[in-house]
Write a protein that binds this ligand. Structure first.
Ligand SMILES: Cc1ncc(COP(=O)(O)O)c(C=O)c1O
Length: 305
C-alpha cells in the first residue's frame, strides 16, 4: 500500500521513472549493481547519472535468475543501489522465492537501495505468482518499485508508468520530474485509468495467448537446434546459439538479410548476452510460425560445432 499523494509518482513510462530514480539516488562514483543480460537502458542510465555500473552475470543454467552469492561477490564499499528486473527483458528469466529472500537479506545487511522494475509482473506463465522484493522484511523503506502500462496492457505508445517509494525518495524524484517533464500526458492517464478499472480480462486473455506462443516458440527453437530453456515470464525467448560458432551480431544480421527475420543479438543486453539471441513472441501466431520456418531454413545452412 502506498499513499497516492506522497508515495506514487506518475511518469512518462518506466523509462522516465528509471532515469529519475538513478538521478535522485546517486552521487558521483556510487556503484550500481544489476543482473545481466539486462534491459538496454540500465547501463547507460547509470552512467548518465554519474554512477558506476557493476554487472552481475546470470546464466542459462540458473534460468537467468540472480543468485545471492553472485550479488555478494560484486559488492564493494561503494555499492549503493541494486537494480532488479524480474521477469527479465531479454531472457524472460524469473527468480525463485529463496533467492529473492537471500537478496533482500543482503540489501538490508549492506544498506543497498533497490530499484525494482516490475513492468512484466503480470506476464508469468509458471504456476508461481509474481512476488515483489518490496514485500519482504526490511525492504519497503529501501525500495523504489517501478511499473507501467507498456507490457501487460500493450499501451507502449501511451508512454505511461509510475514509481512507488517512501515519501522522501518520491520527493527527491519529484524535484527532477517537475522541472524536466512537468507531468505525464493527461490523455494517457485517462486511458490508463480505464485500463486499470476495466482491463483485467483483456490482460488475462493476452497472458494466456503469450503462454501458448511461448510454448510454441520454445518447442520449435529446440526442434531446429537452437537450445532454449522455457522462460517463466515476459514475452521473449533467449536461445543459445554458441553451437553455431558465430557472434550473435553476425547471426542476427545474416538471419535478417537472408530470411527477413528480425531478432536482437544477445550482446545488445550486455557482454553476458553474447552467444544468445532475443526472439520476441509478442506478435501474431501466424507470423511466429512463418519466422520459425525461415529460421529453420537458415539454421540448416550453418555448420555446428
Ligand atoms: C525491463 C524494461 N523496463 C523498462 C522498459 C521501458 O518501458 P516504458 O515503455 O514504460 O518506458 C522496457 C521496455 O522494453 C523494459 O523491457
Amino acid at each position: 500500500q502506498y499513499a497516492p499523494a506522497s508515495e506514487i509518482l506518475v511518469t512518462v513510462g518506466v523509462s522516465e521513472a528509471l532515469d529519475l530514480a538513478l538521478r535522485a539516488l546517486l552521487n558521483p562514483g556510487d556503484e550500481v549493481l544489476y543482473h545481466e543480460p539486462c534491459y538496454v537502458s540500465y547501463m547507460p542510465g547509470v552512467v548518465l547519472a554519474h554512477g558506476v555500473p557493476v554487472a552481475v552475470s546470470t546464466n542459462i543454467e540458473d534460468g537467468f535468475g540472480l543468485k545471492p552469492e553472485a550479488l555478494e561477490a560484486g559488492l564493494t564499499e561503494k555499492s549503493r543501489v541494486l537494480m532488479l528486473n524480474f521477469p527479465t527483458n531479454p531472457t524472460g528469466g524469473v527468480i525463485c522465492p529463496e533467492d529473492l529472500e537471500g537478496i533482500a537479506r543482503i540489501c538490508v545487511e549492506h544498506d543497498l537501495i533497490v530499484i525494482t522494475d516490475e513492468i512484466y509482473s503480470e506476464l508469468r506463465y509458471d504456476d508461481e505468482p509474481h512476488r515483489s522484493i518490496v514485500s519482504l522484511p526490511g525492504m519497503r523503506e529501501r525500495t523504489i518499485l517501478l511499473h507501467g502500462f507498456s507490457k501487460a496492457f500493450a499501451m507502449t505508445g501511451f508512454r505511461l508508468g509510475y514509481a512507488c517509494a517512501p515519501a522522501p525518495l518520491t520527493e527527491a524524484m519529484m524535484k527532477i520530474h517537475q522541472y524536466s517533464m512537468l507531468c505525464a500526458p493527461m490523455t494517457s492517464q485517462a486511458a490508463a485509468l480505464e485500463a486499470l478499472e476495466n482491463g483485467a480480462s483483456s490482460v488475462e486473455r493476452m497472458r494466456v495467448s503469450y503462454h501458448e506462443r511461448r510454448d510454441f516458440m520454445v518447442r520449435r527453437l529446440n526442434e531446429i537446434g537452437m537450445k532454449c530453456s522455457s522462460p517463466g515470464g515476459a514475452f521473449y525467448a533467449f536461445p543459445d546459439i554458441r553451437a553455431f560458432g558465430m557472434s550473435s551480431r553476425d547471426f542476427a544480421m545474416e538471419l535478417l538479410e537472408s530470411q527477413n527475420v528480425a531478432a536482437v543479438p544477445g550482446d545488445a543486453f550486455g557482454p553476458s548476452g553474447e552467444g544468445f539471441l532475443r526472439c520476441c513472441y509478442a506478435t501474431a501466431f501466424e507470423q511466429l510460425k512463418e519466422a520459425l520456418e525461415r529460421m529453420e531454413r537458415f539454421v540448416s545452412t550453418l555448420a555446428r560445432s
